[in-house]
Design a protein around this ligand. Sequence first.
Ligand SMILES: *[C@@H]1O[C@H](CO)[C@@H](O)[C@H](O)[C@H]1NC(C)=O
Ligand SMILES: *[C@@H]1O[C@H](CO)[C@@H](O)[C@H](O)[C@H]1NC(C)=O
Length: 408
Amino acid sequence: FPLCQNMGTKSLCLLLASVLVASYVYTPIPENIEERWKLMLINAGFRTVSHVVSLEFYLLQVRSHHVLQNLYSFLYSLSYENVTVTDTKFNNVPARLYMPRKQSSGLKRAVIYIHGGGWLTYFISAMEPYDLLSRWTANKLNAVVVSVEYRLAPMYHFPVQFEDVYTVVKFFLQNSVLVQYGVDPNRICISGDSAGGNLAAAVAQQLLDDLEVKVKLKIQALLYPALQTLDLDLPSYKDNENKPILPKSLMVRFWSEYFTTDVSLQEAMASNKHVPAESSHLFRFVNWSNLLPEKFKKDHVYASPIYGSSMLGKKYPGFLDPRAAPLLVEDTKLLGLPVTYVLTCQHDVLRDDGIMYVSRLREVGIEVIHDHIEDAIHGVLMFITSPTDLALGHRVANKYIEWLNINL
Ligand SMILES: *[C@@H]1O[C@H](CO)[C@@H](O)[C@H](O)[C@H]1NC(C)=O
Ligand SMILES: *[C@@H]1O[C@H](CO)[C@@H](O)[C@H](O)[C@H]1NC(C)=O
């Protein structure tokens, strides 16, 4: 800037620039969270990535994820000391297989891991922490880990993501396949975080009705899962609307783009007026007034739903489908689910989805272990790799893996 050339205006420009940068980076961070400045920087980085990538997608139509994916494979497929990693396909769906190298007599345990990322390609470059988590799990449990590389929005919409995961899980649960990998059919877990927790919960439910699948899951681990699309004004959405990593606006975008790139659904979801009156009977499955403990209701007042046009529900029936929103099933469909571990974070728009599922599962007698982390934000398990690692991420990852080790 020619304007910024003499000394006086130079310092003014510098001041202005710092204010701009600071206001971009600054996000209010909840009181009880440690490493606040680091989290603030990470959050600014995330926002930048999502802006840049969405610009590419929507303005230039660049398929940037191919480039990122290749780079990612190159950098991270290097084998971890004790685990052999191979990319394979189960019934034509790509999956990454982590096999412990340690020789052991007897059969191994297995964890089928479904990664998060909003069902979208934006954060594909954030796959490194998922890869590391799978390696840690394989190493610590001496277990086979299968990570499903399902197809993503905005190129693919529901039910493609669900079906890809279902295909891999169903393929893996065949006795002949388990024998091939030396897996104990009585010690298999399905696990996933965020959008992956959504897919894990949905697949675990749908497997119950599949007569072709004889092997039963021993446990499911749902890590800050997204479980319902009906009410996007739950207390957790209100309390955490602008919290780091996953503001409400981004979650609304994830949900709507899971079904369509048509922005009319996104707009309707943003104002929580997307559910048609014909589907009013579904609201009892997500009635937070009954399903949340007092502690989480705080001073929020339950209001009856406001219905939207029936057009959206007809055009995009996916958002009313339990394969996308596992909280929308009848109680009888919950019977027979395996022992369930649910991890929820206090400062997370998805907090109440997880808590309501805990209530519903317990009401029908499913054994649930609920870990609620008071000082955590959404996505903590992604913050385990330098330079974006947080002590919190390591603490929560260790807790989860330790739980698996004891219970699987
Ligand atoms: C590999 O396994 C050995 C023996 O269990 C252990 O001491 C070592 O820490 C493991 N390596 C890694 C990178 O975890
Ligand atoms: C939700 O629960 C409250 C309190 O039990 C009840 O008054 C309300 O009618 C319920 N609403 C729906 C849609 O189920």
